[in-house]
Write a protein that binds this ligand. Structure first.
Ligand code: WAQ
Ligand code: MG
Length: 267
């Protein structure tokens, strides 16, 4: 790739509480339009109103861009969020996350993983064996950043998602984020549910399972959401993992399969 890219990042808050964030990697010609749409989105966010919007644009050298691929999407339909969390636990177990680590992390996300029991700005970093939280700052967490789809991959993905009634911004952004995060060999799985009160779906993602979308992972109206990256990582490699997740650019030029909905009835 010869053309340089720009990382465009937005974060919005209300009196210190995280409201919304967005990440794109785009050519210079698209910076203005993308930046404007992020500001518009922050101003009209369902978790709003906001009191501060931060926008950051950084030039990225083409030589540093890594290429990636989206995971396959599996569309699990559950009838209640309790079943959703059961399914998420099973999937995380299949990735070899320890049962106590799963239980502890879910409880933390459910009560709000930041201080004052609110949502964090970024993700928890959790030792997959012990369940211990490893992120330095429990409010900010770790922010996966500088990842996006190529235009061609975005067009292809949105057509495929639309054919499966899944074409919305949450799905597109979550697939991109998960693609980068689970491509790190130290991350054995990711768990996520939204902090938007009306968006009740979430997922477990890993190299092993792909992106396992779960239709319900929380009750409607709930604003406590979050992400946990389960890692198997020596302490002295943690800084470089976080640095890679937050700074290294990844452009995704290949999409995955979208599987049809499948009912899951609980155990
Ligand atoms: N890096 C790390 N953690 C993040 C990031 C990031 N870039 N962005 C958000 N988070 C954390 C933060 O704690 C948020 O509170 C939480 O994730 C949820 O973020 O298949 O909408 O943007 O239908 O609300 C998943 C299901 C939707 C999509 C996820 O997340 C589907 C969603 P939100
Ligand atoms: Mg949100």
């Amino acid at each position: 790739m010869s053309e340089s890219l720009n990382s465009v990042r937005m974060r919005a808050e209300r009196q210190g509480l995280h409201v919304s964030g967005a990440e794109r990697l785009v050519p210079f010609s698209d910076v203005e339009e993308v930046a404007l749409s992020m500001v518009t989105r922050a101003l009209h966010h369902p978790r709003g109103p906001v009191t501060k919007i931060s926008l950051q644009v950084d030039l990225i050298s083409a030589a540093t861009v890594q290429f990636g691929q989206l995971p396959d999407l599996f569309n699990n339909q559950v009838t209640c969020w309790q079943h959703g969390r059961q399914l998420a636990s099973e999937l995380l177990l299949s990735c070899k996350v320890a049962p106590a680590a799963i239980e502890r992390t879910m409880a933390t996300l459910a009560k709000g993983a930041a201080l004052n029991n609110t949502s964090m700005r970024g993700a928890m970093l959790v030792d997959a064996e012990s369940g211990v939280r490893l992120e330095e700052d429990h409010v900010r967490g770790v922010r996966a950043s500088r990842m996006d789809l190529t235009d061609e991959a975005r067009t292809e993905l949105r057509a495929l998602l639309a054919a499966n009634q899944l074409d919305n911004q949450h799905v597109v952004e979550a697939l991109i984020l998960a693609a980068k995060v689970v491509s790190a060999p130290q991350v054995i799985a990711e768990l996520c549910w939204s902090d938007d009160p009306d968006y009740v779906a979430g997922y477990v993602a890993s190299q092993r399972t792909g992106y396992q979308r779960i239709s319900l992972l929380k009750p409607s109206g709930e604003e406590r959401g979050g992400r946990a990256f389960f890692v198997c990582c020596a302490r002295n490699q943690l800084n470089s993992l976080v640095e890679w997740l937050e700074k290294e650019p990844m452009l995704i030029n290949k999409i995955g399969r979208i599987h049809p909905p499948k009912k899951w009835r609980g155990k």
